[in-house]
Design a protein around this ligand. Structure first.
Ligand code: GLC
Length: 534
C-alpha cells in the first residue's frame, strides 16, 4: 500500500516516544523515589518538549528485586508509585494533553512473590504448578541443563520444598512463566485486556524474544569467542532458550488482542540481529509487534562508516510493511552523552530525530546526562551486584532527573534512591530551558522541525556521498527535500550538496545557525532545505 499523506500514517509511526523511568522522574511524596503524581506534575514539560507518547517502565506491585521487572500483580499499581486511582488520573491528564501512554508489560517472568508462583511452588500437584517451568535435577543432582541467567549464574534455582529446579532467565526472584500452558496464557492475556480496557495506548513488551523455550530444554552451545571481560551469559549462545518459533505465535496473539482495541501499539523488546529482528513484524496477514525495538545504534561504534552500514543494513532488512524505529538510550544502556561526549551528543540528537522511523528518547538524554559514577556503597542494580567489575552497571542511567538547582535537584525533598549526576547544579532542566544554545533547546527545535516538515516523518530515506567522517542523507516527500549532514569528527569538513540541487535554507545547526558556506564545523550537524536546480 502506497501512502501519500501524513493522515494515512498512524500516531506511532509519525510520533516520538519518551521513556520514563518512574522511580527517577519526579518524587511527590518525599520518599526519594519517583511516583505517578510526580509524573503528572511534569506533563507540561513533556508536552512542551514536543514528544507524542510516554512509555513508563513497570509501575506494578513488585518486591523490586529488579526494580519493577519482577511483577507481583499484573493488574495493580505499586504503593510506592500510587494506586489505580492515581493511574487513572495520570491517564486522563496525559490524554487531555493529546499525548499517549504506554505501559511496560513483563510476560516472560513474574516475581517469585506473585500469587501464581507462590501456589506453583507449594507442591508438585498444585493446579498452577505448570504455570512455571519446573524440572527434576540432572542425574548428578545439578541443574537440568547448562543455561546461564542473563544476570549470571545458572538459570535454575533449586527448590527444596518440592525437590525440583525452576527456570529463571534473570534473577531467581523472577521465575519464568510457562507460555506453553493454555491457562497461563489466558491469565496473562486477561491482564493485557485489563489495561487496554482502562485506556492505555499500548505496551512495550519486556524481553519478548525470551518468552518460550525449547520444548526439550536442550543445552545451549558454548560460545567459542567468549572472554572473561564478557558477561557470564555470553559463555553460551542462546539458541534454545530464546527466539523460538513458538514465541512468534505468542507475539501474534498479543497483536490480535491489541488490534481488537483499535489504534494501539505494541513495541517488542528484542535484542537480535537484523534478519531475526525483522521476523518479529510477522506477516501482513498475521502481524506480530508493530515495532520490534531496534537497538543497533546503541551497539554501533561512533563513526560515520559504522553508522552508515548499520542504518543501511537495518533499512534493507525491513519487510515492505514494517515501520522502522530507533533508540540511543534506555534504563539498561549506558548514557549516549557518556559514550560519544557532549559535542557529539548534539549530533546524535539530530540523527535520532531525522532518521526514517519512530524514535524513542530516554529521560535525561535531552539534557545530556553523561557518565555518573555510582559509589560502590550506593550500587542498587542487581545485575551489577552479581557481576561486579565488568562495567555493566545500569544505575548510571537510572539516576534521578535533575529539574533545577534547588536541593536534590527538585526531584525530591529528601536524598534520592540513587545519587544525582555530579554536575546537576548546572546540568538540569531549568538551566537548559533558559539557554537557547542548550541541548534541551536543540531537542525542542528538532522535535518542532519534525512536526513542521513532513519529509522528516514520512519522507523516504537515501544516503548521499560525503567525506569519510560525514554522514549525509536526504529525506524526501513529494517535492520537498531535506538534507541532513552530520560531521562525526572534531575537524572542519567540507560538504557539497548533490549535483543538480541547491540549498535554499539552513533549518537547524547543532552549533551556530548561519548561511550555508560549504563547511561543517567540528561536531556539527545541519538540516538543510534542498531544491532541484533546472
Ligand atoms: C529487560 C528490562 C531490564 C530487566 C530485564 C528483565 O531487559 O529492560 O531492565 O532487567 O528485562 O526483566
Amino acid at each position: 500500500m502506497v501512502r501519500q499523506t501524513l493522515k494515512e500514517y498512524r500516531w506511532w509511526e509519525t510520533g516520538v516516544i519518551y521513556q520514563i523511568y518512574p522511580r527517577s522522574f519526579q518524587d511527590s511524596n518525599a520518599d526519594g523515589v519517583g511516583d505517578l503524581f510526580g509524573i503528572e506534575s511534569r506533563l507540561d514539560y513533556l508536552a512542551g518538549l514536543g514528544i507524542d507518547a510516554i512509555w513508563l517502565s513497570p509501575i506494578y506491585p513488585s518486591p523490586m528485586a529488579d526494580f519493577g521487572y519482577d511483577v507481583a500483580d499484573y493488574c495493580g499499581i505499586d504503593r510506592m508509585f500510587g494506586n489505580l486511582g492515581t493511574f487513572d488520573r495520570l491517564l486522563a491528564a496525559v490524554h487531555a494533553r493529546g499525548l499517549k501512554i504506554l505501559l511496560d508489560f513483563v510476560p516472560n517472568h513474574s516475581s517469585d512473590q506473585h500469587p501464581w508462583f507462590v501456589e506453583s511452588r507449594r507442591s508438585r500437584e498444585a493446579p498452577k504448578r505448570d504455570w512455571y517451568i519446573w524440572r527434576d535435577p540432572a542425574p548428578d543432582g545439578g541443574p537440568p541443563n547448562n543455561w546461564i541467567s542473563d544476570f549470571g549464574g545458572s538459570s535454575w534455582q533449586w527448590d527444596a520444598i518440592t525437590g525440583q529446579y525452576y527456570l529463571h532467565a534473570f534473577l531467581k526472584e523472577q521465575p519464568d512463566l510457562n507460555w506453553r500452558h493454555p491457562d497461563l496464557r489466558d491469565a496473562v492475556m486477561r491482564s493485557l485486556q485489563f489495561w487496554f480496557d482502562r485506556g492505555v495506548d499500548g505496551f512495550r513488551i519486556d524481553v519478548l524474544w525470551h518468552i518460550i523455550k525449547d520444548a526439550d530444554l536442550r543445552d545451549n552451545p558454548l560460545n567459542a569467542a567468549w572472554s572473561p571481560d564478557q558477561t557470564e551469559r555470553d559463555r553460551l549462545i542462546q539458541v534454545h532458550s530464546t527466539d523460538q518459533p513458538e514465541a512468534h505465535e505468542v507475539a501474534a496473539e498479543f497483536r490480535a488482542m491489541a488490534d481488537r482495541y483499535g489504534d494501539r501499539v505494541l513495541i517488542g523488546e528484542i535484542c537480535l540481529p537484523d534478519e531475526r529482528l525483522a521476523r518479529w513484524f510477522g506477516t501482513e496477514d498475521r502481524p506480530q509487534v508493530h515495532l520490534p525495538v531496534n537497538f543497533h545504534l546503541i551497539e554501533c561504534a561512533w563513526n560515520a562508516d559504522s553508522l552508515r552500514s548499520v542504518i543501511a543494513d537495518y533499512e534493507a532488512s525491513l519487510p515492505e510493511f514494517g515501520w522502522p524505529n530507533w533508540v540511543f538510550g534506555s534504563h539498561d544502556a549506558p548514557r549516549i552523552a557518556a559514550r560519544v561526549g557532549t559535542a557529539q551528543a548534539r549530533v546524535a540528537a539530530m540523527l535520532l530525530l531525522t532518521l526514517r522511523g519512530t524514535p524513542t528518547l530516554y529521560q535525561g538524554d535531552e539534557i545530556g546526562i553523561g557518565n555518573v559514577v555510582i559509589p560502590p556503597n550506593r550500587v542498587r542494580d542487581p545485575q551489577d551486584l552479581r557481576q561486579p567489575g565488568l562495567g555493566i552497571g545500569r544505575d548510571r542511567s537510572r539516576t534521578p532527573m535533575p529539574w533545577d538547582d534547588s536541593a536534590n535537584a527538585g526531584f525530591s525533598t529528601v536524598d534520592p534512591w540513587l545519587p544525582l549526576n555530579d554536575d546537576w547544579r548546572v546540568r538540569n532542566v531549568a538551566t537548559q530551558d533558559k539557554d537557547s544554545q542548550s541541548l534541551l533547546s536543540l531537542y525542542r527545535s528538532l522535535l518542532l522541525l519534525r512536526r513542521k516538515h513532513t519529509p522528516l516523518t514520512i519522507g523516504n530515506f537515501a544516503f548521499i556521498d560525503s567525506a569519510r567522517s560525514v554522514l549525509a542523507f536526504v529525506r524526501q516527500h513529494d517535492d520537498q527535500r531535506l538534507l541532513v549532514t552530520l560531521n562525526l569528527s572534531d575537524q572542519t569538513q567540507t560538504f557539497s550538496p548533490p549535483s543538480n540541487t541547491v540549498i535554499t535554507k539552513v533549518l537547524c545547526s547543532t552549533t551556530t545557525l548561519r548561511p550555508f558556506d560549504g563547511m561543517l564545523a567540528p561536531n556539527e550537524g545541519l538540516i538543510l532545505q534542498l531544491k532541484e536546480q533546472h
